[in-house]
Structures are given as structure tokens and as C-alpha cells.
Design a protein around this ligand. Structure first.
Ligand SMILES: [Mg+2]
Length: 247
């Protein structure tokens, strides 16, 4: 894909990775820190219990927890919640938690993608930006990502692809069209946000949804996991080549 017959320089493709369920599992550190923060600030234990989390943004989860308990929060309290949650997450993720770890093949895939001309790696996640960094730094992955779009950038995930594209351009990455963007995630909401923006979607069945469910939501490609490094890179480069043909 890096050599074009017309001699023009190859087009860049932006790969936007989700974090939880796609790259890693925090072992429940996120949920635990959310609940502890909510209890500290509002005096309610288990504030986030029963609230669906997969693919949703941290501010939306907070809104749901507030609504469930008949509460509201002004901007200053939301800021305190964010700050304290990030403090507690940074502590909690150090604990020995069951199922905490990287998904199979993630480190090898990111290492492999780092060397690929024409591909740039960034984030699209519902995590607060600071929480995303805490999780990825814990696993030694933060340095792979050029930039990202986060839960604090928009009310819903559907708005995050344009944010990521703008941020990439701000870092000098030549992304002009959403057809140059691939969203990689583990939930129907990841697929939906790609489709909403006109980007490609690659769904991985390492989260709560199996391959058939992800396929039924219209993912352009569905992978069982990211363990097959060469196979994953091939899928991503094929989509990048298709993007060159489309634009
Ligand atoms: Mg996820």
C-alpha cells in the first residue's frame, strides 16, 4: 500500500483503538474506583452497580449513577468527581485484581504497527483522557498513541471520530476524510460511532459481545481477538488500501 502507481505519496490511515475490552482489562479497577469516588462524594455505596458500561463514556456513566440516585451535580462537583476518580484509579490499578491484563497479542500488534508507513495509531475511548493515560501507562502502552478522543470530549461516542481526526491533524497527521479512519473496538457502540462518521470498523470479540453479535451490527471486519499479529496487520492494511481507492 505504500507504493502508488501514480507516484504520489501514500495516504495516511488513522487507526483508532478502544481501550477496555479491546486492548486490556483493568480487572474492575475502573468500576471499583468509580464506586469509591461516588461513595466519598455522595455517601452512596455501589453507585455504579447495574449501570451498563461497555462502549459508553465515563461522563454518561456518571450521569446514569446520579439519575439512579435522584441526584444532580454542577460543574464544580463534576470536576471533583473526575479528579478524585482519577486519583483512586491510579491507586486501584496497582492492586492485584483478577482478570487484569492485556488482551492476547496487543503488545506485539502495537509494536508491529509502529513500523508501518502510512498507518498512525491513536485512541478513541469513552474513558476520561486522564483515566485512559493511567490505564495505558500502567501497561506500558501509552507511548504508542499519537493522540486520542476521549469521554470528556463529547457527550456520546458517536461524536468522537471527528474529534480524533481534528486532533490528529493538529499533530500533523494528514487525515482529510473519515474513509482514512479505522475504529477498532469490542462493542456495537464502537461500530456505531465508526458508521456515524463514515469510518471503517474492526470489531474484536474479546469483550462482552461475540463475533456473530458484532457482525450483526455491521462491522466491516470482525476478529476473534488481536492474537494473530500478521493477520491483524493484514486486515488493517487491506482497509487502508480500500480507503485509498475510495477517496
Ligand atoms: Mg471497549
Amino acid at each position: 500500500m505504500n507504493e502508488r502507481r501514480d507516484g504520489r505519496s501514500p495516504q495516511t490511515t488513522l487507526l483508532l483503538f478502544d481501550i477496555d475490552g479491546t486492548l486490556l482489562l483493568s480487572g474492575g479497577a475502573g468500576k471499583r474506583a468509580l464506586n469509591e469516588t461516588f461513595e466519598e462524594l455522595f455517601g452512596v455505596a455501589g453507585g455504579f452497580d447495574g449501570i451498563p458500561v461497555a462502549g459508553r463514556t465515563d461522563p454518561l456513566l456518571f450521569n446514569d449513577a446520579l439519575a439512579r440516585h435522584g441526584m444532580t451535580a454542577a460543574a464544580d462537583l463534576r470536576a471533583r468527581f473526575h479528579d478524585r476518580y482519577c486519583e483512586l484509579l491510579a491507586e486501584t490499578i496497582l492492586s492485584p485484581l483478577p482478570r487484569k491484563g492485556l488482551m492476547p497479542g496487543v503488545r506485539e500488534l502495537l509494536d508491529g504497527l509502529d513500523d508501518r508507513a502510512g498507518l498512525r495509531i491513536a485512541l478513541l475511548t469513552g474513558n476520561y483522557a486522564r483515566a485512559a493515560r493511567i490505564k495505558l501507562e500502567y501497561f506500558g502502552l501509552w507511548q504508542h498513541f499519537a493522540c486520542g478522543a476521549y469521554g470528556d470530549d463529547a457527550a456520546t461516542r458517536d461524536e468522537l471520530v471527528p474529534v480524533a481526526m481534528a486532533r490528529a491533524r493538529g499533530r500533523g497527521i494528514d487525515i482529510r476524510s473519515p474513509t482514512q479512519v479505522v475504529v477498532i473496538g469490542d462493542t456495537p457502540l464502537d461500530i456505531r460511532c465508526a458508521r456515524a462518521a463514515g469510518a471503517w470498523s474492526v470489531a474484536v470479540a474479546t469483550g462482552p459481545f461475540d463475533e456473530a453479535e458484532l457482525r450483526s451490527h455491521g462491522a466491516d471486519r470482525v476478529l476473534p481477538d488481536l492474537a494473530d499479529t500478521a493477520g491483524c496487520i493484514d486486515v488493517l492494511e487491506t482497509l487502508a488500501t480500500a480507503a485509498c481507492g475510495r477517496s
